[in-house]
Design a protein around this ligand. Structure first.
Ligand SMILES: Nc1ncnc2c1ncn2[C@@H]1O[C@H](COP(=O)(O)OP(=O)(O)O)[C@@H](O)[C@H]1O
Ligand SMILES: [Mg+2]
Length: 233
């Protein structure tokens, strides 16, 4: 299963924003994403419920409510036709939960805000992923998304330096944009909004998509640049 986990023990770093926008991206690509919400706040669940019937469907799994009448496996089942499982996680995670949540993950996205407190929390999170969850750096499964950045600030520069020392790639840099607030209200993602409004935001998602889906991204780029077939005389 193509499982993508979004995590960072710091609240407000952008986990739900990235998880929901990713689900929206795959849905808009005629894929069949599942959003699995492990956060008792249920923000991803509420976001899916705001979607309109005309929008491409996103299956959602309420993973935070433990139902004693069924097995956990049954509760977390996903439809057979699912193409991606995107996991949104709560702020505080025990080391054991971290290992459980990431065991089958193909990719792990760690969003981080450019502030000293957030950088510190991110360093602990990545250390736990490497040491507790035993994820090997060379497997290229962990990627950081620098979120709500303002490029020319000192904190942003220190975030970049810090990540370089960890040897973990920055797979996207997302600006602070009102479009994410609007998208959250409407139950959509930036890839489903009017392109002239979200052009800059959509562009910023490209490296993240390429990191997640290198083969599909290369095929899409090839299709876009391939010369159109010459009509037979
Ligand atoms: N790049 C961004 N630009 C503007 N607002 C953002 C951005 N990323 C997140 N937000 C806002 O910040 C708040 C916290 O983000 P959220 O994704 O809920 O964080 P988390 O799930 O990690 O707690 C939300 O109101 C969200 O809309
Ligand atoms: Mg959240």
């Amino acid at each position: 299963m193509n499982r993508i986990v979004v995590l960072n023990p710091k609240g407000g770093s952008g986990k739900t924003t990235i998880a929901t926008n990713l689900a929206s991206y795959f849905a808009a690509q005629q894929q069949k994403p599942v959003l699995m919400d492990f956060d008792p706040q249920g923000s991803s669940l509420r976001w899916v419920r705001k979607r309109q019937p005309a929008q491409p469907p996103i299956h959602v799994v309420n993973a935070f409510e433990k139902d004693s009448r069924t097995t956990r496996t049954f509760q977390l089942r996903v439809p057979d036709f699912s193409t991606h499982v995107i996991v949104d996680t709560p702020a505080a995670l025990e080391p054991r939960e971290l290992a459980d949540l990431t065991r089958d993950a193909r990719k792990i996205i760690v969003p981080v805000l450019p502030s000293d407190i957030d950088i510190h929390a991110c360093s602990r999170c990545i250390r736990d992923l490497l040491l507790v969850a035993k994820i090997r750096r060379e497997d290229d499964r962990i990627g950081v998304v620098a979120n709500r950045i303002r490029r020319n600030t000192a904190t942003y520069q220190s975030l970049i330096r810090f990540l370089q020392t960890l040897g973990i790639p920055i797979v996207a840099r997302l600006r602070d944009s009102q479009n994410y607030l609007r998208a959250a209200e409407l139950g959509v993602g930036v890839h489903e909004m009017k392109s002239y409004i979200v052009r800059e935001d959509v562009e910023e998602w490209r490296p993240l998509i390429e990191w997640l889906e290198p083969v599909a991204a290369a095929q899409a780029a090839q299709a876009a640049t391939a010369p159109s077939p010459v009509a037979a005389p």
